[in-house]
Design a protein around this ligand. Sequence first.
Ligand SMILES: Nc1nc2c(ncn2[C@@H]2O[C@H](COP(=O)(O)OP(=O)(O)OP(=O)(O)O)[C@@H](O)[C@H]2O)c(=O)[nH]1
Ligand SMILES: [Mg+2]
Length: 433
Amino acid sequence: MSAPFKRSSAKHHVDEHLEELARLADTAGAQVVGTLTQQLDRPHPGTYLGSGKVEELKLRIQELNATLVIFDDELSPAQSRNVEQIVHTRVMDRAELILDIFATRARSSEARMQVELAQLSYMLPRLTRMWTHLEKMRGGIGMRGPGETQLETDRRLIQHRIRVLKERLVDVERAREIQRQQRQTHFRVALVGYTNAGKSSVLRSLADDRDVFVEDRLFATLDPLTREVDIGEGYTALLTDTVGFIRKLPHHLVASFRATLAEAREADLLLHVIDATHPAWEEHRDVVDGVLTELGLSDRPLLYVMNKMDALPAENETAIRERVANLIPNSLFVSALAEGGLDGLRAALRESLRSQRPVLEVRIPASNGRLIAEVHRDGEVLDQSTDEDTIVLRARLDERAIGRLRQAGARVTVTQSVTRPRSVLAEAGVPLP
Ligand SMILES: Nc1nc2c(ncn2[C@@H]2O[C@H](COP(=O)(O)OP(=O)(O)OP(=O)(O)O)[C@@H](O)[C@H]2O)c(=O)[nH]1
Ligand SMILES: [Mg+2]
C-alpha cells in the first residue's frame, strides 16, 4: 500500500517504491499478493487514506485473502489501529517492517541490542498514545483504572530496559574505541551506501575473502566487518563494511546503530557505493547523503563509487557516465565482480592515502623516548636513523598526529619523495632488497 502526496516527488517513483517495499516484505518472509495506491493531498487524520480507499482496501483484502497490510508510509498509532478495525486485518507500516527485518537478521549481541533498543523506542510513544486514547474513551481525569496501571507499568519496564541497553551499548562503543585507537596507524576506509549496492562485495573482492557475506537481499549486513586489504604498490588499508541505508530508515534505527557506524565516523575516507544499474540510483544517493548528514558525517572525505558497471546494458552506459560526470565529478566506475573491476578503486585509495598521509621527516631528541614511541604508535614509520643526539624518523602521519607532535616540540617537515631513498636506508643499516 503506497499513498504518496500529490505534490511530492515521491509520486513519480510510486512503482519503484512499491517494488522496494515488496523486496522488504520478501526479506521479512511475507509474500506479496497485491498492491494498492492512492495519491493524497494530505493524509486523513483518522485513517491516513480517504474513506472510499479504505473500503476498496477492505474488498481487495477479501478478494485476495490477504493476511497483512503494509503501508509504505508512516502511520500514527491511531491511524493503524483505525484501519485495522475497518479492514479486520493486521496493519504494519514501513518503519515496523524494517525493524522486523533487522530483528530477524541481527546475529551479534551488539546488533541485537541495537535493534531491541530501536524497537522499544518505536513502541514507547505508541504505548503512551494508546494510554491517552484509553483515558479519553473513559472520559475521565483521575479515573485510574487497571488498564492505565498496566500501561504505566509497561511503560516503566520499557524505559528501564531502554536505559540498560543504552548503557551496554556505551560499553560496546568504548571497547570499539580502544580497538580503533590501536588501528590508528592504518589508513582507514569505510564502505557506506544504500542497501544491496554491493558494499560487502567490494570488501569481499578487495580482501579476497570468501567469508564476507554477500546476498541479493536487503540488509544482508548488519554488523561492521573490517579487513586489511592490499591496495597495491606496497600499501594497505583497513576497509570496514557497514550496514546499508534505505529510504525512510526509521530514525530509531539510525540512532541505535551509532556505535556500529562510529567506524565510519573515524574513517579517513568514506566510499559511498552506488548500484549504477538501479533505475533510482540518484534517489538512493540522496537518501544516503541525507543519513550521513544526520550522523554528522557529511564533512568526511568521500568518494562516490558507481558499482555493478559490468551489469549495465551497453546502451545505458554512456548516458550514466555523462550524468555522473555532471552530477558528481571525480566518481569512480567499478565492478566488484568483473576481473580487474576494482583496479581503479585501488589506485584511488592509494592516491587518497598519499595525499592524506604525507611522508614526513620527524626529528626528536634521542632522550625523548615517549615521543618517539608516539610516532611509532600513530604513524607508519618507514625508516629511522640517528643524527648525533637526534632520532630522525621518516613516517606517514595524518594531520592529527602531526599537530600533536609539533605541539610536543618535535620538528616535522614534509619530505617530497614518496619512495624510500635508498641512501637513507643504507645509512640506517637496513639491508637493501
Ligand atoms: N553484476 C554485479 N553484481 C554485483 C556487483 N556487486 C554486488 N553485486 C550483487 O549485488 C547483490 C548485493 O551485494 P552485497 O555486496 O551483499 O550488497 P551490500 O551493499 O553489502 O548490501 P547490504 O549488506 O544488504 O546493505 C549481490 O547479489 C551481489 O552479487 C557487481 O559489481 N556486479
Ligand atoms: Mg552487505
